[in-house]
Write a protein that binds this ligand. Structure first.
Ligand code: ATP
Ligand code: MG
Length: 396
């Protein structure tokens, strides 16, 4: 049997990006032979195995044939006779359809290296249209790689439009749309994902609740800008496009981007979208809170002490200070303020929260009060703190 490195690892190495996972293809073997070698079978629909020591994925070379609509409508055939070239042909993009042999040779039957140098995202074969997930994948790769100059090949763009007009796109299940969208939110330029879906007509079908306009695009771009995400992206990453592309974004970042994207959308639409795609709770809650409080946060500079306290309470900031930070980032990304003004607003609200949260009532006072009275006492003590803070700021 022969084993080849394939897919993303070969592509990323040629692009000079750090490898994050390695996938392998096995030619001329059988499931029995791999299992005898200690590989563990994991694929339900395809013959995929995990290496006994490294845990990396090894897939038997396979052919795919379309038998029905959607990405489940596939029949896969594998046998020791299936060649590496045949396995590479069923892949989505030419830059993902290269392999590296054990002696270091590049196997590139579909011009992946040329397209990589030309910075083109191009489909491998006309069979591209058989799997609607590829529309999402291509949009996601564009969001990742456009910082390096990649763009969509015109003929691939045409195929994607055809997949929408022919109705193939309707076979996508909500879980898969969310999974790709969540990943796309973590890429270097998440707005490109939505632009590409809009261009081929898929956006209106897949995310009809979304209000994808100039304000939403700007908000998403600002939320994804390294300057705003200073806690996750190291300073050095801001200078190089390659570093930006390879920076792994956390789920926290993804939820901020999601919330910034939806900040101008009606609450019922956000709820409908989240229910339909089964978006996780933390994403949904932050998006709803951001859409609700964004106007007040953007005008934080003009709020008096009482309005500031109301905002902190509405945001549940005393109990959820970490989420409050995320809320500020998402809401301010949506505002038209410049970077300095956004930083100043965030700092002012963080200072207000710190001051109000530092209020502590004496123990003997608390023991004499019932629940509502405790809340009211806290409230007026916090208000006093915020008033003091504001008059201090006015003086300085
Ligand atoms: P990443 O860096 O995100 O892991 P990747 O290219 O390795 O990118 P994977 O999702 O890990 O992407 O898939 C591995 C390889 O399998 C791809 O490079 C591609 O060749 C192929 N592939 C995955 N999904 C599809 C699909 N839906 N249609 C065709 N080929 C696919
Ligand atoms: Mg991969």
């Amino acid at each position: 049997m022969q084993v080849y490195l394939v897919g993303g690892a070969v592509r990323d190495e040629l692009l000079g990006l750090p490898a994050h996972e390695r996938d392998w293809v096995v030619v001329g073997s059988t499931p029995e032979e791999l299992q005898r070698g200690g590989y563990r079978a994991v694929g339900r629909e395809f013959p995929v195995f995990l290496h006994p020591d490294t845990g990396e994925e090894y897939a038997l070379a396979r052919l795919e044939r379309k038998t029905g609509p959607g990405y489940r409508g596939f029949e896969t055939r594998f046998s020791p006779e299936v060649t590496l070239e045949q396995d590479l042909q069923r892949r989505d993009l030419t830059i993902n359809a290269m392999a590296r042999s054990p002696d270091g040779r590049l196997i590139d039957p579909y011009g992946g290296r040329h397209d990589l140098e030309q910075r083109l995202l191009r489909h491998v074969s006309p069979a591209f249209v058989e799997d609607p997930v590829r529309v999402l994948r291509v949009a996601r790769f564009a969001a990742r790689l456009c910082a390096l100059g990649f763009r969509l090949a015109p003929e691939t763009r045409e195929l994607m439009r055809f997949m929408v007009s022919s109705g193939e796109i309707n076979a996508l299940v909500p879980e898969r749309v969310w999974r790709e969208m969540q990943r796309a939110l973590g890429e270097a330029d998440p707005a490109v994902f939505l632009d590409i879906l809009e261009d081929c007509g898929a956006l209106a079908i897949l995310l009809p609740e979304l209000n994808w306009d100039e304000a939403a695009r700007k908000a998403l771009q600002r939320a994804a800008a390294p300057a705003l995400a200073t806690t996750e992206v190291p300073a050095a990453a801001r200078v190089s496009a390659a570093a930006r592309v390879s920076a792994a974004h956390s789920a926290i970042d993804g939820s901020v981007r999601f919330a910034a994207l939806l900040a101008g959308t009606a609450l019922e639409r956000i709820t409908a979208l989240c229910e339909r795609l089964r978006v996780p709770n933390d994403y949904r809650e932050l998006a709803l809170l951001t859409a609700r409080l964004q106007p007040r946060i953007a005008h934080a500079g003009t709020l008096d002490a009482a309005a500031t306290l109301e905002l902190l309470e509405a945001a549940d900031a005393f109990r959820r200070p970490d989420r409050f930070q995320l809320l500020l980032r998402a809401a301010l990304a949506r505002s038209d303020l410049d970077d300095a003004a956004r930083t100043a607003r965030a700092a002012a609200l963080a200072a207000a929260l710190a001051a109000a949260a530092a209020v502590a009532l004496p123990h003997d006072q608390l023991t004499q009060l019932n629940g509502p009275a405790i809340a009211a006492t806290y409230r007026s003590a916090r208000l006093e703190r915020l008033e003091a803070l504001q008059s201090e700021l006015r003086k300085s």
